[in-house]
Ligand binder design. Structure first.
Ligand code: PGA
Length: 266
C-alpha cells in the first residue's frame, strides 16, 4: 500500500455527473438548464462536468453554450477507431466536434454488460488523449474481491493496464474514478476511509509507473452512491479530488449542492 500524497493544491476538485441511460432529449435540455441556472461564478473553482447519453450531447451543448456556462461536457463511452464500418459506435472526433472535453472509460457497467476489458479501456484512453480529450477511467472491485482482501491489488492492476504506454504528461491531465461495484447505485457507499485508502493506493500505483509529478497532478474521484448526505465525508479526504455521481446527478438541486460542497471542502 502507498501513503497519501498531499499535493492537493495543484488539483482542481471535480464533480462529474454520469447520467447513464437516463433522460430523453427534452428531459436533458430541462435538466441541463436547471443545473446551469443553479450555477454561478464560484463554480469556476470546481471542474463541473456532465456526461449525458450520446443522443443528448448536442442539445446539452446548445444549452451550455447559450448560457456561456463553465460546465463542461463529457461522454460516457467512445470507440477507439477514427471512422469506418463500426455500426453503433461513436468516435473521438464526433465527441470533439460537440466540445466534449471528458469521456468516461471502463465504467463497471460497461465492463459487465458490454464486454469492456482492460485492453479495450487502454485503447480508448489512448484514442481520447491523441485528440486532446481527457479520459475519466473507472476502476473498482466487486464484493468477492473486497471480501478476499484483494481490493488494492485488483484496482492497481486495472490502473496499470488501463494506462499502459501512456506518457506522463497525458496521465497528469487525466482522471481516474475509484468506484467499488458494490457501492454503485446501491445506496451503500464505501466508508470515507475505504475511499481514501483506495484513492491513495491508485495515486501510488500511478507514481510508480508515471512518476510522482504526474501522480500528484492527476485527479482521482470517488464514485458509488455519493450524495448530499455523505459527500462531506468523502470530499475532504486528501486523495479524493471529487466525485463521479450517478443517481444524484439526475437531480439539479442535489447535483448543485454537491458542487457547493466540493467548493467548501478543499
Ligand atoms: P451512483 O453511480 O452514484 O448512482 O452510485 C455512480 C457511477 O456509477 O458512476
Amino acid at each position: 500500500m502507498f501513503g497519501a500524497m498531499q499535493d492537493t493544491a495543484a488539483r482542481m476538485p471535480m464533480i462529474a455527473g454520469n447520467w447513464k441511460m437516463n433522460k430523453t432529449t427534452v428531459e436533458a435540455v430541462t435538466l441541463s438548464q436547471q443545473i446551469s441556472f443553479e450555477s454561478d461564478k464560484a463554480w469556476e473553482a470546481v471542474e463541473v462536468v456532465i456526461c449525458p447519453p450520446f443522443t443528448d450531447l448536442k442539445s446539452v451543448f446548445n444549452v451550455l453554450t447559450f448560457d456561456h456556462s463553465s460546465i463542461k461536457l463529457g461522454a460516457q463511452d467512445v470507440y477507439w477507431e477514427p471512422d469506418g464500418a463500426y455500426t453503433g459506435a461513436i468516435s473521438v472526433s464526433m465527441l470533439k466536434e460537440l466540445t466534449c472535453e471528458y469521456c468516461i472509460v471502463g465504467h463497471s457497467e460497461r465492463r459487465e454488460y458490454f464486454g469492456e476489458t482492460d485492453e479495450t479501456v487502454n485503447k480508448k484512453v489512448k484514442a481520447l488523449l491523441a485528440q486532446g480529450l481527457h479520459p475519466i477511467m473507472c476502476c473498482g472491485e466487486d464484493l468477492d474481491v473486497r471480501d478476499a482482501g484483494d481490493t488494492l491489488a485488483f484496482i492497481g492492476e486495472q490502473v496499470r493496464l488501463g494506462w499502459k504506454g501512456v506518457g506522463e504528461e497525458d496521465i497528469a491531465k487525466s482522471v481516474i474514478a475509484y468506484e467499488p461495484i458494490w457501492a454503485i447505485g446501491t445506496g451503500r457507499a464505501a466508508t470515507p476511509e475505504q475511499a481514501q485508502e483506495a484513492c491513495a493506493h491508485i495515486r501510488g500505483v500511478v507514481a510508480d509507473f508515471a512518476g510522482a509529478d504526474a501522480a500528484s497532478k492527476m485527479r482521482i474521484l470517488y464514485g458509488g452512491s455519493m450524495n448530499t448526505g455523505n459527500a462531506e465525508l468523502f470530499l475532504p479526504q486528501p486523495d479524493v479530488d471529487g466525485g463521479l455521481i450517478g443517481g444524484a446527478s439526475l437531480d439539479a438541486k442535489a447535483f448543485s449542492t454537491l458542487v457547493e460542497m466540493a467548493l467548501k471542502a478543499k
